[in-house]
Design a protein around this ligand. Sequence first.
Ligand SMILES: Nc1ncnc2c1ncn2[C@@H]1O[C@H](COP(=O)(O)OP(=O)(O)OP(=O)(O)O)[C@@H](O)[C@H]1O
Length: 254
Amino acid sequence: MSIENPIFRTEDLCAYYGDFMAIKHVTMSIPEKKVTAFMGPSGCGKTTILRCLNRLHELTPGAWYSGKIFLRDQDILEMDPILVRRKVGMVFQKPNPFPTMTIYDNVLAGYKLLGIRLKKEEADRICEEALRKAALWDEVKDILHRRGTFLSGGQQQRLCIARALAVNPEVLLMDEPTSALDPKATLQIENLIVDLKNTVTIIIVTHNMPQAGRVSDYSAFFYLGELVEFGPTAEMFTNPKDPRTEEYLTGKFS
Ligand SMILES: Nc1ncnc2c1ncn2[C@@H]1O[C@H](COP(=O)(O)OP(=O)(O)OP(=O)(O)O)[C@@H](O)[C@H]1O
């Protein structure tokens, strides 16, 4: 399907670990300011392709890719990888706030890593804005100088989302962001994802089909490294075009 003005476009993307091809000839466009879900059975390559999009894949020893990835119209291989990761933030499966840092310092950690020194008022403002966007401000505004690891799992994940948002990314990659959380914390993150899509493009890897149905506008279904189907989630869920998508959606394999 054609997407007008996609934020990401891949052309014949193949990703490898040594000579093992984990992603096979994927050509796809990701719409801007929407939520796109990457779905598929375990080992089909969802995390691998996600990590290609912000050049984390190449940090795994022996890992490489062929084909092209464009962020808007720029080939990401021609960009500074640090800039790519600033524009394309990531939230992982397990909340990973920096354990020795306070909540405040965690939110601003991206600036420190980039070597950017902020004035106190600016740092305070960015911290508050990011925590508000991550729907965490009210819960932590009086304990900003306590360690992030003191928070609950769901709060820690929202702290990681705040940390990713603080540097104003254009895209947020989320790799199974709720799989380690209880139902209440999961619902909070899902609501947050829906709220955030007006300001940032989101790509979420999820095994949870009801979740993909609740939060995503578009879905991509991968199988054995191939992109089998891509389209509006509502359409894919009600009328999958490929029998493998249908089998996955109806729980015939997981
Ligand atoms: N570091 C690695 N070295 C070698 N092979 C790897 C590595 N990481 C992943 N793979 C292989 O690449 C393929 C895709 O893995 P990937 O983790 O991207 O799948 P996934 O769809 O995200 O799986 P899951 O849903 O279980 O997280 C699998 O066959 C996996 O074994």
